[in-house]
Write a protein that binds this ligand. Structure first.
Ligand SMILES: Cc1cc2nc3c(=O)[nH]c(=O)nc-3n(C[C@H](O)[C@H](O)[C@H](O)COP(=O)(O)O)c2cc1C
Length: 379
């Protein structure tokens, strides 16, 4: 209520990127007050609930609802975001070289579509500067998303990713190779398996050298604009290389099906579209990946998740975890709690003790003998 009727209209009067910095700054300052994180937890986080606890790799996540990459690019506020109710926070995209990103303005709202359009271009202070911020004990589970520096030519991409991996893998609960942003020229071409395989192999070797005593979970984040065969090829590569997971999906370059006036959309220029218009394709990609990969690979669903029903549909379609970005901007700071509580409720109603038990399982079929039978057993 407060967000929707008072804060959001105020933020909307501002340039979208400025509003982001203002809101994120206020959250960080609140967390830095004495007792601030406790206050945030009380006000915004879901109550601890075993139904929400999610165990993957050697981690125990308080909820399966996370914040997607791009919100905390420089890893400056993950503890505040954790206190504000996210079960995990993916920082980045961080690149080997610090870079300013594209000229402003570069982030736009499309409220009629509950969407955002961005061409930020990996603005970040670089993986070297981020390292000390991550190399401290923490309460929040943090994934680290790395990308290619703009100045690095595609043929040197593997070394560029490896440099960031060497710096950040020791401090990452999981590491993501992002090859799917539309805002770094040529980046998405790296999704072709001939390009992707050497990058992922190099990053894996780098992780093994940098963190010899722990297997750092390695994931790849893909675009919704891949053709189905290319999604299958990435799934095949994921299995071949034994990657721990896939994140589906990044933003889309498509402008199909928008309610916003096409001329107004065109006038905004290039960039990746996120939010509600991404929902259907992100779900399809997730379903395809789960079908191709079987139950053991972690899949993180992101793209157009706005309410508990969206999150539940992804869990049932095989998402181990879900993430939000645009929904957080439109729905406000209570979204992580609403999503988590909504998932717990739907799981219990469906006869599952924990949300994680429902991963990849359609609604249970009531069983005449008194128990519940599940048609498939994934997760
Ligand atoms: C302003 C903005 C910046 C983003 N920056 C990144 C990024 O740096 N790295 C990345 O992997 N994804 C980035 N994303 C994509 C999101 O992580 C997410 O995949 C996408 O927005 C779809 O989710 P949503 O519909 O919930 O927003 C960004 C998205 C937005 C809106």
């Amino acid at each position: 209520m407060l967000y929707r009727h008072i804060l959001r209209p105020l933020l909307y009067r501002m340039d979208a990127e400025k509003a982001h910095h203002l809101a994120f700054g206020a959250l960080r300052r609140t967390a830095a007050l004495p007792g601030g994180k406790g206050m945030l937890r009380l006000a915004l986080a879901p109550k601890a609930d075993p139904a929400l606890t999610t165990r993957i790799w050697d981690l125990e996540l308080p909820t399966p609802v996370g914040l997607a990459a791009g919100f905390d690019k420089d890893a400056i506020g993950f503890e505040a975001l954790g206190a504000a109710g996210f079960g995990f926070v993916e920082v980045g995209t961080l690149t080997a070289h610090a870079q300013p990103g594209n000229p402003k303005p570069r982030l736009f709202r499309l409220p009629k579509d509950r969407a955002l359009l961005n061409r930020m271009g990996f603005n970040n202070g670089g993986s070297k500067a981020a390292e000390p911020r991550l190399a401290v004990p923490r309460q929040t589970i943090v994934g680290v998303n790395i990308g290619k520096s703009k100045i690095t030519p595609p043929e040197d991409a593997a070394d560029d990713y490896a440099l960031s991996a060497a710096r950040l893998a020791p401090h990452a609960d999981y590491l993501v190779v992002n090859v799917s942003s539309p805002n770094t020229p040529g980046l998405r071409d790296l999704q072709a398996v001939e390009s992707l395989e050497p990058i992922l192999r190099t990053v894996r070797e780098t992780c093994e050298q940098a963190v010899p005593n722990r297997r750092v979970p390695l994931l790849v984040k893909i675009a919704p604009d891949l053709a189905d065969e290319d999604v299958d090829a990435v799934a095949q590569l994921t299995a071949t290389l034994g990657l721990e997971g896939v994140i589906a999906t990044n933003t889309t370059i498509s402008r199909k099906g928008l309610r916003t006036d096409p001329d107004a959309v065109r006038a905004l220029g290039n960039g990746g579209l996120s939010g509600a218009p991404l929902k259907a394709r992100s779900l399809q990609v997730l379903q395809r990946l789960r079908a191709a990969l079987g139950p053991d690979t972690v899949l993180i669903a992101v793209g157009g998740i706005e309410d508990p029903d969206d999150a539940w549909v992804r869990i049932q379609a095989g998402a181990t975890l879900v993430q939000v970005y645009s929904g957080y901007v439109y729905e406000g700071p209570t979204l992580p709690r609403r999503l988590a509580n909504g998932l717990a409720r739907r799981a219990k109603e469906g006869g599952f003790a924990r949300v994680q038990e429902a991963v990849g399982r359609p609604e249970p079929i009531p069983d005449v003998s008194g128990g519940v039978a599940h048609p498939r057993n994934i997760g």
